[in-house]
Design a protein around this ligand. Structure first.
Ligand code: SF4
Length: 350
């Protein structure tokens, strides 16, 4: 089957009966916002219900034009921690490298929307050399995280370059690649890329599956091909309103992942990215979902719930991290012992 990209109203309409809110957005997409891209493969997994959990992740609605004053286009402060272009050195032992702007599907909840879908396709050789030199000069870095965008859309030649460079590095380095491609467009995974990845020492893959229905027969086949190359896979989900904010769905997701040999690793509270408030779950409810899920699944099937605090980094959602709580926000103590707020939001009722 030949799948095709869907990037505008006309193409999307061939597969979906659009709601008013979807049509409103698609007939006048904001150039300031994340571009629109899904594909006919993803459409084949959706049913034609407006609240289908896969459809909600892929087709924009006019809610994306709502911007809250506490939201940001860069909610994780990537720019603040960037020692060389496209690199983010927020945590001592890890360097995040944003290798491409492209994704096979632009998730409407994407938190890196200031970068994702941007006009420059991928990292240049000069930028890549600068970042790799920075790692060589910083022995405290044990992990290189390739992200973007979707790291599996980085060109084969640059993947080969990174693989060879890591082999010649005089210390062990773990490479973690962030991707959603095996889930959103498994048909795009190239055999040659798998061969390069197989040659990388210490390569881990982190994918994002948010709902059990995303694990289609094609996605499972793709995952098994990756695993047959000896590559370990972790899953990071985002807790999304009307998509997976239900302990029973999350239980199904965790066991479906484990059946594929994927460890449910994290579930993130939605970041405060501009135009994504309609996806965020009120933090009090997140705690309730977390507690209910813990009763339903084994320790192995239980992901770590976490929140990225604007300016404060990632912290596990645990009661002892809450310093103060009122009806407007939670104040958390981050891992460095500093206090940061996270708003308790009124949810948008659709
Ligand atoms: S795959 Fe990741 S980077 Fe790409 S749009 Fe989705 S959430 Fe954003």
């Amino acid at each position: 089957m030949k799948w095709k990209d869907l990037t505008n109203l006309h193409q999307i309409e061939e597969y979906f009966s659009l709601t008013e809110k979807e049509r409103q957005y698609l007939s006048k997409p904001s150039s300031q916002n994340l571009p629109v891209r899904l594909n006919s493969y993803w459409a084949s997994l959706c049913n034609d219900q407006p609240k289908d959990p896969l459809r909600l992740q892929a087709i924009p609605r006019s809610y994306e034009n709502i911007h809250k004053d506490y939201e940001s286009s860069d909610p994780l402060d990537d720019k603040e921690y960037s020692p060389v272009r496209r690199a983010v050195h927020r945590y001592t032992d890890r360097l995040l490298l944003l290798v491409t702007h492209q994704c096979a599907l632009y998730c409407r909840h994407c938190f890196r929307r200031h970068f994702t879908g941007g006009p420059n396709e991928e990292i240049s050789m000069e930028e890549l050399d600068d970042a790799l030199l920075y790692i060589q000069d910083h022995p405290e870095i044990h992990e290189l995280i390739l992200s973007g965008g979707d790291s599996l859309l980085l060109s084969l030649s640059k993947w080969k370059y990174i693989e060879q460079w890591s082999r010649n590095l005089n210390r062990p380095l773990i490479i973690r690649c962030g991707t959603r491609l095996p889930i959103t467009a498994p048909y795009k995974l190239q055999k040659e890329l798998l061969e390069v990845m197989q040659r990388c020492k210490n390569l881990w893959m982190v994918i994002q599956v948010n709902h059990p229905r995303e694990l289609s027969p094609q996605a499972k086949q793709c995952i098994q091909e990756i695993r047959s190359r000896g590559i370990n896979i972790l899953n990071q989900s985002v807790l999304l309103k009307n998509i997976n904010d239900d302990p029973e769905i999350l239980k199904q997701l965790s066991y479906a992942l484990l059946e594929q040999g994927i460890k449910p690793y994290y579930i993130f509270q939605g970041d405060l990215a501009s135009g994504t408030s309609h996806f965020r779950v009120n933090l009090s409810r997140t705690y309730t979902i977390m507690k209910e899920l813990r009763v339903l699944v084994s320790g192995m099937a239980m992901p770590q719930f976490a929140v990225d605090l604007p300016g404060g980094g990632k912290i596990p959602l645990m009661e002892d991290r809450i310093v103060e709580q009122d009806n407007r926000h939670f104040i958390f103590k981050n891992l460095q012992g500093n206090d940061y707020p996270y708003p308790l939001e009124e949810e948008i009722h659709e």
